[in-house]
Design a protein around this ligand. Structure first.
Ligand code: SF4
Length: 471
């Protein structure tokens, strides 16, 4: 099946480009997200692959090459790259590893220098690393930096969206595996659309929106019973561990097998946060009126316009599943972690607990690597946020690659979530598929399509917190 559309293709990199003749490998950052970024590289004329799925060998290799006190994500990243290096015919001199990082209050900003050091020590010092970050303006991409940056944002929005469609469909499917099939066809469609997309950015935008329209239709065709009784659990935490299913022992699928639905924080949220941080730092350094600030505002404006156009075909289907605005998350986190003095994922995780509670979720799970600074700080604050937002149950799960009794713990946690669900003060908004035949407006909110399953907002036992006093 070909989803290519008919526009002129051009190979943007020339012989002198630093990536010419190189093979780029990407870490697995969430289901589908890395495949889409690899497709963008290929569209730009660069051979690119996602690292093969992590295995126990990943932990073995990562463990041998590191000291033992590093954060778990870098161990997985190193193990995955060393697994690639074991492939017959591997050529370190023509290999480039693409590792998105960011500055921050923790070791995240040290990943690249540390990875370089480890690679030198294990004899692969020739492997190049390109590390797009807000600090270095995507250094290493040379002449394709602007087009790559814009396409990468579109790739993030589209891959996040089809994954959201999967998460909202799979718990309700009545034909096992139908949701996964719709997802893998949609991902393939998206990658092929990217690889065949035209040079003109508007034309490309239309083709990506059309691909999302086809994804919507595939998911609509999945036989499902949207019963309105399934608890909804927000999933927040450290970005790599949260999105990398190997690292988190596939927590989202396990949650679903326990009868819950997950609302997972995807990658777009982190991009929004880094833009917010960039503008804040410019203001702090007295550059409120500057070329840099103008550039940051313009990029933000273009990103939002692209996102709006791309998501138009999904508006009804993702009703109630909208990504939170970054400004709202930061505002909700402010009473606990004011973003003018605290930076990092802890701000997002804490703000998102409040956001999920306000939007009618039945619980929130934080996924973090063992001993993660962000996870530890967030965990200390969650009880207070939970008290302020109607008692929503929040539970942190830590991962380090060793076996845990995750299923037992999830089962216990979901009992708490189900009991909170009976008394939660905030209604949930459901998408159109939950509405009874004939569609009643009242079914847009937390009113079950089948009678008397859980309380209407009028039966809530708790009052919403006095947010005005906190914000
Ligand atoms: S966010 Fe956590 S796991 Fe990631 S580098 Fe920072 S401390 Fe380590």
């Amino acid at each position: 099946m070909s989803f290519a559309h008919h526009c002129t293709l051009k190979r943007p990199i020339d012989r002198g480009h630093p990536l010419n003749g190189k093979t780029v490998y990407l870490p697995v950052m969430g289901e589908g997200g890395s495949e889409v970024i690899a497709a963008i590289f290929r569209r730009l004329g660069v051979e690119a692959h996602v690292s093969p799925p992590s295995t126990r060998r990943t932990i073995e290799l990562g463990g041998k090459a590191t000291q033992g006190d590093e954060c778990f994500p870098i161990k997985v990243v190193i193990g995955d790259l060393l697994q690639v290096a074991e492939t017959p015919g591997f050529k370190p001199e023509s290999t480039v590893y693409f590792l998105p990082t960011s500055d921050g209050p923790c070791r995240f900003g040290q990943y690249v220098p540390y990875l370089r050091k480890v690679l030198r020590e294990v004899g692969y010092g020739q492997i190049e690393i390109i590390s797009p970050s807000d600090g270095n303006s995507y250094g290493g991409l040379g002449s394709i930096v602007n087009v790559f940056t814009r396409m990468a944002w579109r790739g993030v929005v589209t891959s996040d969206s089809i994954h959201r469609l999967l998460l909202k469909t799979r718990p309700y499917e009545t034909a096992p595996g139908a949701g996964e099939r719709a997802y893998s066809e949609s991902l393939q469609d998206l990658c092929q659309t990217i690889e065949a997309s035209c040079d003109d950015m508007n034309c490309q935008l239309r083709s990506l929106a059309a691909s999302l329209g086809r994804a919507r239709d595939r998911f609509r065709a999945v036989p499902a019973n949207y019963d309105g009784f399934t608890p909804l659990i927000g999933v927040v935490g450290e970005i790599f561990c949260r999105l990398n299913t190997f690292s988190n022992e596939d927590l989202v699928r396990r949650l679903e097998s326990h009868g819950a639905e997950a609302s997972l924080s995807h990658v777009a949220e982190w991009v929004g946060y880094t833009s917010f941080e960039q503008e804040r730092l410019l203001r702090l350094s007295g550059r409120t009126i500057s070329v840099e600030m103008l550039g940051a505002k313009l990029r933000n404006h273009i990103r939002r316009a692209d996102e709006h156009a791309l998501l138009a075909p999904l508006s009804g289907d993702l009703e109630g599943y909208e990504e939170p605005e970054i400004e709202e998350i930061i505002k909700l986190a402010w009473p606990y972690l004011p973003a003018d003095g605290v930076v990092g994922e802890m701000v997002l995780s804490v703000g998102l607990v409040a956001w999920h509670a306000k939007h009618g979720a039945d619980g929130v799970i934080d996924i973090s690597p063992f001993a993660c600074m962000n996870g530890t700080v967030s965990e200390a604050i969650y009880p207070k946020v939970s008290r302020d937002y109607g008692g929503i149950p929040v539970r942190s799960f830590y991962f380090d690659g060793t076996r845990s009794d995750l299923d037992r713990d999830l089962g216990v946690y979901l009992e708490l979530a189900r009991s909170y669900r009976e008394k939660k003060p905030y209604p949930r908004t459901y998408p159109v598929c939950f509405r009874p035949p004939g569609g009643q407006d009242s079914a847009q909110h937390d009113t079950p399509p089948k009678p008397a399953a859980f309380p209407s907002p009028g039966r809530a036992l708790h009052s919403p917190p006095k947010e005005a006093t906190q914000e």
